[in-house]
Design a protein around this ligand. Structure first.
Ligand SMILES: Nc1ncnc2c1ncn2[C@@H]1O[C@H](COP(=O)(O)OP(=O)(O)OP(=O)(O)O)[C@@H](O)[C@H]1O
Ligand SMILES: [Mg+2]
Length: 501
């Protein structure tokens, strides 16, 4: 009797489910969109009464904002790392400003995640009607996508307190890693005055291939710089604790061709930062400098190349003090800078104080996580205030090529780590000065037939020529030094012979 009742009961349940499904299908197909939404919501409410699972929705667009929500973007990036392993419905995306293609779950696709032994599931859903969706323009009728996070209610606290933070943090990191980095320049500022709403910076994709592996310098020094940079990029909390803006200044100095610009590219590639190449001579005045600064985002390197030639920043303070100094000295100074600074006065009114404010004034703290790099060939010409620690925190000298530096270049250019000619090269490098740029040029195969052997002999030849040239220069200088003495002695002789008369 009981068995018959059970069978009957299951039949009744089965047929009720079937009729419900039938009615639901009719509703989905024929009911107006608003009615369907209303019924769906009511159903969800009813189900959630018995359901131990909690849902959290992260919408692509919130309120009236036309921009995608940051949280949605972060979740999407986070899910792109594990969804390809477990989800069955995937979609391929390539966001604007992203250099990578990403696979994320497609609409109605699902993916599971594990965190502190809790099983969490993610799904991509959409409300509204897809037919009416028009790109990013939103209204209540259009399709709105959202990620739905589902977990058991016993994990409520853990999810709210740590899991969501973990997802957003990881997602942001992935987005930063995947984004296409930019190289900005202010060389075309005129367009700002024509179209005031446009950015003062023009940009191109940053694609410099230099890395610290390709920079020729002593391994210990290189390691120290890498650690310094990595330490800076991970020290947000430290800077907040000590009450200092999250930025760091590097002064790279040394003769031309020793790798200053190469190192900046390597820094940007190491930290995944954008590069803002600031052309000071194209900045009209201090106000414009401030405007440029405000537009610079975080995770960026601001570069001012050849700071000694950019403007007469070296002299402006001193000029006031030394007005009474002899005209000769001023003439000499003018001659020294003239060749490097064409029409500087007519181009820019940026002052030293404007630049000092740019580096560490109140405005410099907007944005955070910035590195400022100055490069110069003549560190001694710079105003001490400009390069004092706190402004330029780390001074790095890039100098002539050492044997260690050569070994890096030989490995990169020729794939050679040891060779009988290395001994000669080491000896010659101790005897003469050669820039890494010259070494790199000598090691570069000039035709397909040039092998490592030939390139190394090219370098030996270049070193020998540099040695001869240096010897000749030295001899010339010595003879020039002796000449006045010779003249003096001739004069003395003449005097001696004239005196008895
Ligand atoms: N330390 C280095 N390691 C690797 N390559 C280098 C190094 N120095 C120079 N080079 C090579 O020489 C070329 C010129 O170097 P770079 O432009 O970095 O020199 P620089 O110090 O910025 O010179 P300048 O003072 O004239 O601007 C680069 O393209 C690079 O190939
Ligand atoms: Mg350079």
């Amino acid at each position: 009797m009981a068995a018959i009742t059970m069978a009957e009961m299951w039949t009744t349940v089965g047929s009720s489910i079937a009729s419900f499904m039938f009615v639901w299908t009719i509703i989905r197909q024929y009911c107006p969109h608003e009615v369907r939404l209303y019924l769906e919501k009511s159903m969800q409410r009813l189900m959630s009464f018995f359901n131990p699972y909690i849902h959290v929705n992260i919408h692509e667009f919130t309120g009236t904002r036309l921009n995608r929500s940051e949280a949605y973007g972060a979740v999407e990036a986070y899910l792109s790392t594990n969804s390809s392993k477990s989800a069955k419905r995937l979609k391929l995306e390539m966001e604007k400003d992203s250099k990578k293609i990403v696979l994320t779950i497609d609409e109605y696709g699902k993916v599971t995640d594990e965190f502190q032994a809790a099983e969490i599931s993610w799904a991509l859903r959409a409300t509204g009607s897809p037919q009416q969706s028009m790109g990013y323009r939103q209204n209540s009728e259009q399709e709105r996508r959202y990620y739905q996070l589902t977990f058991h209610k016993r994990y409520r606290e853990m999810i709210a307190e740590s899991y969501l933070e973990h997802v957003i943090k990881k997602g942001k990191e992935i987005r930063v890693k995947n984004r296409q980095r930019k190289l900005y320049t202010n060389g075309v500022t005129d367009r700002f005055w024509v179209y005031p709403k446009q950015s003062m910076w023009a940009d191109v994709q940053f694609e410099h291939p230099a890395t610290f592996d390709s920079v020729a310098m002593e391994p210990e020094k290189k390691q120290e710089i890498i650690e310094d940079l990595l330490n800076f990029s991970q020290s947000k909390d430290f800077y907040a604790r000590i009450g200092k803006a999250w930025k760091r200044g590097y002064l790279l100095y040394g003769p031309p061709g020793t790798g200053k610009s190469t190192m900046i590219a390597a820094m940007a590639n190491l930290l995944n930062y954008d590069v803002y190449d600031l052309e000071l001579t194209a900045v009209k005045d201090n106000t414009e400098l401030k405007k440029l600064l405000i537009e610079i985002t975080g995770k960026s390197i601001i570069v001012i190349e050849d700071i000694d030639c950019s403007l007469d920043l070296t002299g402006q303070r001193k000029k006031k003090k030394t007005e009474k100094e002899t005209d000769d000295k001023n003439e000499q100074e003018k001659k020294e800078t003239k060749s490097k600074v064409p029409n500087e006065e007519s181009l820019s009114k940026v002052t030293l104080s404007g630049l000092l404010n740019f580096i560490d004034g109140l405005w410099s703290a907007c944005g955070g996580e910035r590195i400022i790099v100055f490069t110069t060939n003549y560190v001694e010409k710079l105003d001490p205030a400009l390069i004092r620690r706190g402004r330029m925190d780390k001074h790095i000298e890039l100098s002539y090529c050492t044997f260690e530096g050569f070994k890096v270049l030989a490995k990169n250019y020729l794939l050679v780590e040891a060779h009988p000619s290395f001994e000669t090269i080491e000896r010659l490098m101790e005897e003469t000065k050669i820039t890494p740029a010259d070494v790199a040029e000598a090691l570069m195969p000039k035709s397909r037939s040039e092998d490592a052997e030939k390139c190394l002999s090219n370098l030996i030849q270049a070193l020998e020529e540099a040695k001869k040239e240096a010897a000749m220069k030295k001899a010339e200088e010595e003879s020039r030094e002796k000449e006045p003495a010779k003249d003096d002695s001739l004069l003395q002789d003449k005097k001696d012979t004239e005196e008895p008369q």
